[in-house]
Design a binder for this molecule. Structure first.
Ligand code: FES
Ligand SMILES: [Fe+2]
Length: 442
């Protein structure tokens, strides 16, 4: 089957997107090739491989990769594919090792990918098996770069430098890192990993969808407030209720939160009001920050209280909460989301406890807010299988209430500008090459 650029072009309009982008397996295959294997994708935080020999494994699109730190301290992202006959080299999610030994025929590689040993090597003498690196060594992905601890990789050479690609959206990573009195983050062990029965784009869109909260989270968040009131009364401050209460806000609050979009599909919510602004102070933290940065700068850092920032297509971060969620698409209607928690170095442990409490309450599929969203993603997947109307609306506030600012475009919170911006990048990446056949996507 041939998917032409003209056909792809016909799926995205200025104000609507065709339902097939969510439900067609052929489109999904092409997305993996052209989006996830064609642009910068988040691999991990460099603190996950803090020591030489540390490694983690993950996926970039459909490609299995290993992120390692070699003896000299350099971070590498290598294809998880033995140079010999192609076996996956390691199935461990993380570990520490000086070498990787393939379990099939025993070839041994260093953690920078260099082949160190081939058992019974003389058998290759005079066979034409030369020193060609791809026959002997593990292959590195095309590009690896690190922005303030966040490791991104691209399987394609044809990408702009990482900082240029991040653009103005990098300020959300800056703010998360600046919240550490030592200016450094550390990814803590353990991951909240869950699977949605839905297309990856529903999650990525939802993170800056400020229209849904009033309806989708109404029942869970009001119930939590009601139960807390019954159990402990209104005057006692419960951290869980501080976190959940803003989800009971109305449309004007979410509109005033505002959104900001940037080139390359990135965006964040929380240019104005913030759902994180009313948390109780942690005095030791305030003191540590002022000792590190001074009073003025500390005030400036805390005045940025963004909700979710999306680095399209793979990484979403909550700067004020120090949690990140990573998107790993599995198939057209299955997506794995991984939540990692980051410790602010030099900050009291209470901050990390709040991060994990937030994540358990809001992100976990076994708690209050996350399941509201997951249920709607599932319903979107099912609803869009019907032939009622081929088009999905992105009309809201089209061309209205927008202002160019700091290299981006700011808009009212419930604007569909975020989705229009994501699909602009989606189309750019999907039509970057020549017309694609499905073999091309495999
Ligand atoms: S496939 Fe790895 S050593 Fe043979
Ligand atoms: Fe939600």
């Amino acid at each position: 089957m041939l998917v032409t650029n003209e056909q792809l072009d016909g799926l995205v309009r200025a104000d609507e997107v065709h339902r097939s982008v969510y439900v067609d397996p052929a489109i999904f295959d092409l997305e993996m090739k052209r989006i996830f294997e064609g642009t910068w994708i988040f691999v991990g935080h460099d603190s996950q491989v803090a020591k030489p020999g540390d490694f983690i494994t993950t996926m970039i699109g459909r490609q299995s990769v290993i992120m390692t730190r070699s003896k000299g301290g350099q971070v590498h992202v290598l294809y998880n594919r033995c140079a010999h006959k192609g076996a996956e080299l390691t199935s461990e999610r993380e570990g520490n090792t000086k070498t990787f030994r393939c379990g099939y025929h025993g070839w041994v590689f260093g953690n920078d990918g260099t082949c160190m040993h081939i058992p019974a090597e003389p058998g290759y003498d005079d066979t034409g098996f030369g020193p060609d690196s791809c026959k002997r060594n593990l292959q590195s992905v095309a590009k690896v770069d690190i922005y303030r601890g966040f490791v991104f990789a691209s399987l394609s050479e044809d990408v702009p430098p990482l900082t240029e690609w991040l653009g103005g959206a990098a300020t959300s990573i800056d703010n998360m890192v600046d919240r550490s009195p030592e200016g450094e983050l550390e990814c803590v062990k353990g991951v909240l990993r869950y699977r949605h029965d839905s297309n990856w784009k529903f999650f990525v869109e939802n993170l800056n969808d400020l229209l849904h909260a009033v309806v989708a989270h109404n029942s869970s968040s009001f119930t939590a407030r009601r139960v807390a009131k019954q159990e402990v009364g209104e005057d006692v401050v419960i951290p869980a209720i501080e976190i959940l209460a803003p989800f009971t806000s109305g449309y004007s609050f979410f509109d005033q939160m505002g959104v900001m979009t940037y080139p390359n599909g990135h965006s964040f919510s929380g240019t104005g009001k913030s759902i994180h602004a009313a948390y109780s102070d942690i005095p030791d933290y305030q003191n540590a920050m002022e000792a590190a940065y001074g009073e003025e700068r500390t005030k400036e850092i805390f005045s940025t209280n963004r909700h979710n920032t999306v680095y399209y297509p793979s990484l979403t971060i909550k700067g004020a909460i120090q949690a990140i969620r990573v998107v790993r698409p599995i198939s057209v209607n299955e997506t794995v989301i991984e939540t990692y928690h980051l410790r602010l170095k030099g900050a009291p442990e209470q901050l990390l406890k709040r991060t994990i409490l937030y994540s358990n309450l809001i992100n976990s599929s076994a708690m209050l807010v996350g399941p509201d969203d997951a249920e709607q993603y599932r319903r979107m997947q099912k609803g869009l299988m019907t032939q009622a109307n081929d088009w999905v609306s992105m009309h809201r506030y089209l061309g209205r209430e927008e202002e160019d600012k700091d290299g981006g475009t700011q808009a009212i919170g419930s604007s569909d500008i975020v989705f229009r911006n994501q699909f602009k990048e989606w189309l750019r990446l999907m039509t970057k090459g020549s017309d694609a056949s499905l073999e091309d996507a495999a």
